[in-house]
Design a binder for this molecule. Structure first.
Ligand code: TXA
Ligand code: MG
Length: 323
């Protein structure tokens, strides 16, 4: 299969492919997603296959209006309404009790469905044009870093999907915040650019964090990734003294670049949470392009990285080295 690269003027072509049950990679404001018709069993199934994703891991339905949401859920509660008013369209996914209309392959058998209303214009226009919601899962082979640009998508899926709709670089660069909502329980399942406190402010009560329980390795690089939680001078001294120049790489802040003697890729400035979100997946993928790199030394700590970026790097990590 030849993967077409489509742009805004080809929106009708992308819509036609989705109607035919094909998989199309689409831009969103968070990361690129592999999209398919949410109501077409074999199209949904092919997303699991192409990503090498287990059938037990459910997919998120992407919509372009609240009307579409009402059909997909049993009850759109007051809390969900408040969050939708504040954050939709945008980088928030809500997990709600599903209606009978949602195929069980989408939710992996769960009675809850994850729903997101993206703000990216191309994504919204595409869903509007096709007239039905799509499932979309981050456009990466399972376990690998998400994609924030078309070359990332092609690196993983060239020849395996019908098309990618080019929307340039994703503006946030991190996957959406996921909040689980049932009538008496609210939990954050994944951190994103919308923070726990932002959600608590809108719903007027505290929510718990479930993401701390995540055990599975995610966002893996080919090389072993070691986190060094320390300040610049200790990190730079350690890496320059112990890392083998020919087989190591550094994942660092902008400030570290000039002093490191090994191949180094920055994921933004220290405490610059916006640039870190945008760059983290590109940085992990860039390190992956260098097959000689067997060990990555990453500087990351709670003060200097945003909570959401801290989480991603820890999910990619094999070992934490305290100095
Ligand atoms: O920003 C995003 O959310 C991106 C873009 C493409 O929209 N999508 C994305 O999809 O990150 P994915 O499949 O990589 O991650 C979705 C997460 C998974 O961890 C999945 O387990 C969880 O959402 N999820 C989906 N449906 C769920 C459900 N019914 N209950 C609990 N978790 C669910
Ligand atoms: Mg993902």
């Amino acid at each position: 299969m030849k993967t077409m690269i489509l742009c805004e003027k080809d929106l009708l072509k992308a819509a036609e492919l989705l109607r035919l049950g094909q998989v199309v990679a689409i831009p969103t404001e968070t990361v690129y997603g592999l999209a398919a018709n949410a109501f077409d069993y074999s199209a949904v199934k092919s997303i699991f296959k192409i990503k090498n994703r287990t059938a037990q891991n459910p997919l998120t339905i992407h919509v372009c209006s609240l009307e579409q949401v009402f059909d997909l859920v049993k009850d759109f509660t007051n809390i969900a309404r408040k969050l939708a008013n504040e954050f939709w369209p945008g980088p928030l996914t809500m997990v709600l009790p599903k209606s009978n209309l949602v195929p069980s392959i989408v939710t992996a058998g769960s009675d809850f469905v994850a729903i997101r209303f993206p703000s990216n214009n191309l994504a919204k226009m595409l869903i509007k044009t096709i007239g039905f919601p799509v499932v979309a899962s981050s456009a990466n082979i399972s376990g690998k870093p998400s994609s924030t640009k078309v070359p990332h998508v092609l690196n993983d899926f060239d020849g395996k999907i019908a098309a990618v709709l080019d929307g340039g670089e994703c503006c946030f660069g991190l996957e959406s915040t996921i909040v689980f909502l049932d009538s008496n329980n609210q939990k954050i399942l994944r951190q994103g650019v919308i923070k726990k406190e932002d959600i608590e402010k809108i719903i007027g009560k505290t929510v718990s964090n479930l993401y701390q329980n995540v055990k599975c390795k995610h966002y893996s690089t080919n090389a072993k990734l070691i986190i060094i939680p320390s300040n610049k001078s200790l990190y730079v001294d350690y890496v320059n003294s112990y890392a083998d120049v020919s087989s190591s790489g550094a994942l660092c802040y902008d400030e570290d670049l000039e002093d490191l003697k090994i191949f180094s890729v920055s994921y933004g400035g220290e405490r610059d949470f916006v640039s870190q979100s945008r760059k983290i997946f590109s940085a992990l993928r860039e390190l992956d392009l260098h097959s000689n790199i067997k060990t990555i030394y990453a500087r990351c700590d709670r003060e200097s990285s945003s909570g959401a970026v801290f989480d991603r790097i820890h999910e990619a990590c094999d070992k934490i080295q305290r100095l």
